[in-house]
Design a protein around this ligand. Structure first.
Ligand code: GTR
Length: 326
């Protein structure tokens, strides 16, 4: 009898051990950034939190440095569900829904605090929900700081921009903003920008301090003008095709990991911005601080015109109104 019991027990243990744990759902996350960029290591942070919160049921695999494609491919691949996630500038979402370009409007945020105030207001996420019927669900904000010009010739006033070709994202608002400042905006993909600067296809571009460091743009441009003309958030997005197939608890875990990723990155970004600006001071010919007023005046009329054209007047009015308190 005892032997029989023992035998049954051994058999039971053997069966339990032989049943494999359910395979994790593996989801791809495409980042255009280099591993040392805050956006890329925030993607890693997000992936590890998703794994912990789902107790290993969902595994997010991060591919950085455009291994799975540049921004526009990533947006298309999220829409068709061939990748699950990407972090992308909202400017690049204007290809899907023109209204998204409202975020690219110049000088709509008074400061970093105002920008975060807007992002934390439910109206901002509500605005992003317009993308859901297009297959894109916004999980959370991934900041991208303020954008500044880096060029071969110095920009001290908008008059210096006359005739310059400035690389922008594929965003009509960015193109029109460059025009209003006297330059021409030339869309170039992120991964092609270094060569475009090196070969003179463009005379300059605009971006934030961490990106100048991570992409080594300081090697191919001399001057950096801190006019902070735009603060266009990046967002962490998921394919609705993928999201809708997950269980309720997995969906909740992903949203929770997103909230944590925003908080994590906000701090990481501050540190990176400060450290990277200090590095750029030693790497570029001149860091130029300017009077922002002439730049703001040049693009002033465009804000109203464009937000009307984009059907985003209510949202932009909310942004401008709240800016008065900052
Ligand atoms: C970066 C941003 C990217 C992309 C890039 C660009 O600062 O994080 O999403 O917008 O700029 O200019 O293409």
């Amino acid at each position: 009898m005892r032997r029989l019991l023992l035998g049954t027990l051994i058999l039971f243990v053997a069966v339990v051990l032989a049943v494999p744990a359910p395979a994790a759902t593996v989801l791809k996350f495409s980042s255009i950034h280099e591993p040392a960029h805050p956006s890329a290591y925030t993607a890693e942070f997000f992936a590890s939190r998703v794994k912990q919160l789902t107790k290993g049921e969902v595994e997010v695999q991060v591919y950085h440095s455009r291994q799975l494609g540049d921004a526009r491919d990533n947006v298309e691949n999220v829409r068709n569900g061939s990748i699950a996630f990407t972090s992308v500038s909202i400017s690049n979402l204007s290809q899907v829904l023109p209204a998204m370009d409202a975020w690219s409007l110049p000088f709509i945020f008074k400061s970093d605090d105002h920008y975060w105030y807007v992002l934390n207001d439910p109206r901002a996420m509500e605005f992003m929900k317009q993308l859901e019927p297009k297959g894109i669900k916004t999980i959370t904000w991934i900041t991208s700081g303020a954008r500044n010009f880096f060029t071969q010739k110095p920009i001290r006033t908008p008059a210096d921009m006359k005739g310059m070709k400035i690389r922008v994202m594929a965003s009509p608002v960015m193109i029109n903003s460059m025009k209003a400042m006297g330059a021409s905006g030339v869309p170039v993909a992120w991964g092609e920008l270094y060569t475009a600067l090196q070969t003179g296809v463009v005379d300059g571009a605009e971006n934030n301090h961490p990106s100048l460091i991570s992409m080594k743009f300081y090697e191919v441009s001399k001057f950096y003008t801190l006019d902070e003309h735009m603060r266009i958030p990046d967002v962490n997005i998921i394919s609705t095709k993928v999201f809708d197939k997950l269980s309720k608890s997995q969906q909740a875990a992903i949203l929770q990991a997103g909230v944590e990723a925003t908080a994590y990155m906000r701090g990481a970004w501050k540190v990176a911005e400060t450290e990277d600006l200090a590095k750029l001071k030693g790497l570029m010919k001149e860091i130029i601080t300017v009077d922002k007023r002439p730049f703001m005046d040049a693009v002033g009329p465009l804000v109203k015109e464009e937000s009307k054209k984009l059907g985003a007047e209510n949202f932009i009015n909310f942004v401008l109104q709240t800016g008065k308190n900052f």
